[in-house]
Design a protein around this ligand. Structure first.
Ligand code: PGA
Length: 256
């Protein structure tokens, strides 16, 4: 192990009703009987479930995250939710810059940067997502694209304690496709070195870099023990407690 405590975060996306909280209860029960020590476990349900999820995981080791925030603290922005509101509802982290938001809502790096700052302002950790599209991957532009996204999206105030970077190739999200472990190692190595240039080697060296995109029980061990991978951002497979537990339990027994 690298000394960095891994984080496995489940992103429920636009899925989940009150009845889905039973999955959180199952996850909690599973972790109580078979804990995975030295590993941070987080669930990011839709905003509508945050308050109830907070109750469901109260006094457990499961952390609560949100999926997006408006950069402003309050105001006339119908339908939007501020970082302060998410923190008030119980979230301690928020995903920003997910490729689905970059695509569906035309979010720019500058907006993602502002959202990360909003997370810090509200005392939350920002999980900043970056990733290349399939066309960019095929054209061999992955490293350039990621460098640009990091420089545009990660604020100067980013520290290992308040920021996690998630590499999620757009073509791997929800498709069942994944990069090879050597590709993931190369990309994560580049991310860490770009962050080193931006934030200094000590912050970059301690910052968690997650891999995301079609992580499942069947491939988790292959993807999560790649050098410079410090955990996963899991979409579809986080909706079922059993699958999510199987993924995060790759870390069971890895403590020194
Ligand atoms: P997936 O999604 O695991 O369903 O591919 C990952 C993500 O978008 O965070």
């Amino acid at each position: 192990m690298t000394g960095i405590r891994p984080l496995v975060a489940g992103n429920w996306k636009m899925n989940g009703l009150g009845s889905s909280l039973s999955e959180l209860e199952s996850l909690r029960a599973r972790l109580e009987t078979a804990p995975v020590p030295e590993t941070n476990i987080m669930v990011c349900p839709p905003a509508t479930l945050l308050s109830r999820a907070r109750e469901a995981i109260k006094d457990s080791t499961i952390m609560l995250g949100a999926q997006d925030c408006n950069p402003l603290a309050s105001g006339a922005h119908t339908g939007d939710i501020s970082a302060e509101m998410l923190a008030d509802a119980g979230a301690t982290s928020v995903i920003v810059g997910h490729s689905e938001r970059r695509h569906d809502h035309h979010e720019s790096d500058a907006l993602v940067h502002a959202k990360a700052l909003a997370a810090y302002r509200a005392g939350m950790m920002a999980i900043i997502c970056i990733g290349e599209t399939e066309a960019q991957y095929r054209e061999g532009k992955t490293l350039d694209v990621l460098r640009g996204q990091l420089e545009g999206s990660v604020p100067e105030g980013a520290r290992a304690a308040n920021t996690v970077v998630a590499y999620e190739p757009v073509w791997a999200i929800g498709t069942g496709l994944t990069p090879t472990p050597p590709e993931v190692a190369q990309v994560h190595g580049l991310i860490r070195s770009v962050l080193g240039q931006m934030l200094g080697d000590s912050e970059a060296g301690a910052m968690r870099l997650l891999y995301g995109g079609s992580v499942k029980p069947s491939n988790a061990a292959n993807l999560l023990f790649v050098p410079d991978v410090n955990g996963a951002l899991v979409g579809g497979a986080s909706l079922k407690a059993e699958d999510f537990y199987e993924i995060l339990s790759v870390y069971a027994g890895t403590q020194s």
